[in-house]
Design a protein around this ligand. Sequence first.
Ligand SMILES: Cc1ncc(COP(=O)(O)O)c(C=O)c1O
Length: 392
Amino acid sequence: MISNKINNRLTNSSMIRAMFEEGAKLKKLYGADKVYDFSLGNPDPEPPAEVKAALRELATSEELGMHLYMNNAGFPEVRETIANKINRETGLQLSFNNVVMTVGAGGALNVVLKTLLDPDEEVIIFAPYFVEYSSYIDNHGGKTVIVNTDAKTFLPDPELLRTKITPATKAILINTPNNPTGVVYGEDILKAIAKVLEEKSKEYGHTIYIISDEPYRKLAYDVEVPNILTIYRNAIMIDCFSKSLSLPGERMGYIATNPEADDIETLMNGLIYCNRVLGYVNAPALFQKIIAKSIDASVDINIYKERRDLLYNGLTSFGYECVKPDGAFYLFPKALIADDVEFKNRALKYNLLIVPGSGFGGPGHFRLAYCVSLETIKNSLPAFEALAKEFK
Ligand SMILES: Cc1ncc(COP(=O)(O)O)c(C=O)c1O
């Protein structure tokens, strides 16, 4: 028998699996083009031309040793390319020593949490949150503390945060642009959070870190995503190429730190050690090199922006309430009844696959991932309208 803990987790995560199966059944019954599947955050635009060109070039390269183990932190020249890019954008002075290449953002989060946490130390997350956070924190013996965001804006309240910090708080984990709400945290709010953490770190006599999970950093529409490393010295930034280059299956990400962070050498040694002993060993070699060659590339974010506008404008015109997302590729509208699981079932009757907000710590809402074609969104709008009419 497997562990009780994992068995319980399996039971709790069966909803998304059940939805996946339901979707497959509906597609078989009605045809894939008649089912509007907004359930998965799997980016559908192809990777940019630069990525494909680099892949072709490296596939025929005679360079020796390209596929061997390297330093657990990754190839120094790749890390330097990333450090230089951050320096150009921020004016900071990172060196390759401040960058660790990782197996996606998911790998990076596990590396950071393993490095930081002693048993029962607390990590604060803001609801609604990315579903895996509490599992990742639990992986490394930590305790998740959930703090709600403002019900109207999904922005955190720094003063509410202050009341949740205890002597056991080791870090807060933020995610901007946010999955599932699409909200981007502005500089003011990040500075206010940083101030609270500086004060609390002083009060308790130990560093409280900000772990900033930023897979959607490049997918921001009309707003700047501030760089957390410029705002808080003890921030640990996590970025990946899963969304910005449409490469989630290639598992590439990185961790970056501020050279002025407390005890930086030990922190970096810890991160590199944990990357190794978690069994990642190092990030995939070939794709590290591809990333370095396409460092300034990005998928065309106008593709996502156009979809956001179509879906947001459509839904709000039918009476759905929704915070207009500034980034990522999610919408998190209010369900039209309090029971979001029942609402998901009612949507299914119109072949709409949506995810209940409860799984993200946002009950009474639902998540739409607009990683689907403009055509699918257009065709889905009458179904959303008919669904809304049921509740008028
Ligand atoms: C907020 C957030 N963090 C982390 C991840 C994991 O990213 P990766 O596929 O790079 O591991 C995702 C993926 O959807 C995400 O939405």
